[in-house]
Design a protein around this ligand. Sequence first.
Ligand code: UT7
Length: 349
Amino acid sequence: MKQSIIAGIGKYVPENVVSNSDLIKYMDTSNEWIVERTGIQERRFADRTGETTTTMGVEAAKIAIERAGLTTDDIDFIVFATLSPDYYFPGCGVLVQRALKMKEIGALDVRNQCSGFVYALSVADQFIKTGMYKNILVIGSEKHSFGLDFSTRGRNVSVIFGDGAGAVVLQASDDKERGILSTHLHSDGESAEILAMYNPGTHANHWIDRKLADFEEAEIGEMFMSREMVDKAQLYPFMDGPAVFKKAAVKFPEVVREALDKNGYSPSDIKVLIPHQANLRISQFVQHELKLRDDQVYNNIQRYGNTTAASVPIALCEAWEAGKIDKGDLVCLAAFGSGFTWASALLKW
Ligand code: UT7
């Protein structure tokens, strides 16, 4: 069986830096609150019309492909993870295929929010291990700044998120000493509504206790999207932050331990843990639980905020660019988010 190695990695973050103080123009918040509760000092926002989730993914992908020593013609398949796609449908994968003028290869979109990239990596790993594909482009990208409530009403969500993209080329290798050792994917849909964007959707309040737009009275064409949803700010994400925090604090360490146990390693063997950048306090809690040193955990949420599906590949790319990861090092990726879904991947670089 083949091993899947990361042959190339790239990232793209927009130029536009938005500080916590910049957000005070729109909402009642403060630099102190944001830094103390999340660790975030600034984030990047995409150019409103010039950059999309796909274009940022494409920029990251170009770097990953070049660093792998390949051209777009060598790529056999695309897996794109995002919760902020350019279109409701089709997905961003086909837009990447078009933008990079690639052959008529398959393109799959993964909708697993914060754990989207680790899920996408796992999907790509299976295609490589079965021998179906040799080079797979895996992208995580988000343009959150387009779909958040920047009034005080939405401040608990909007101060956290930022835009950006990361990408890897996952490649088949015969080197048994390197590559993805295992991936671990989980979900628990019991609390699906506590971190969710309900509209537009087909739910018609079926799952939702809190009354959203009144579908009993609505014309059929108004059930997907209506003026009432706009007026009541029901087209923005909803998050019960403290409930998400509590679950994340349990599941992050659990899924890292699962990956280590499966491969006979302990936390002290990890060279770098790349946790999804949800909240610096969550990463610090995970570090404490696993008794990891500072140099074993890479965080960059301070500069980029939470970039959801892009956060793991952006952080992995930065850690690699900073020389913190060498050939043969044990690297663990872990993520938790909406769904809830959570996941880990253990690899030898
Ligand atoms: O990526 C994966 C998905 N997301 C996460 O993992 C997020 C996990 N949760 C969190 O990171 C934290 O729960 C938050 C950062 C979202 C919130 O921090 P918290 O310490 O849990 O605060 P809270 O929601 O309990 O709110 C405390 C207070 C409230 O005021 P009152 O009711 O105590 O008067 C909020 O209204 O802070 C207020 N608040 C704010 N104040 C200033 C909420 N957002 C803000 C804000 N600025 N941006």
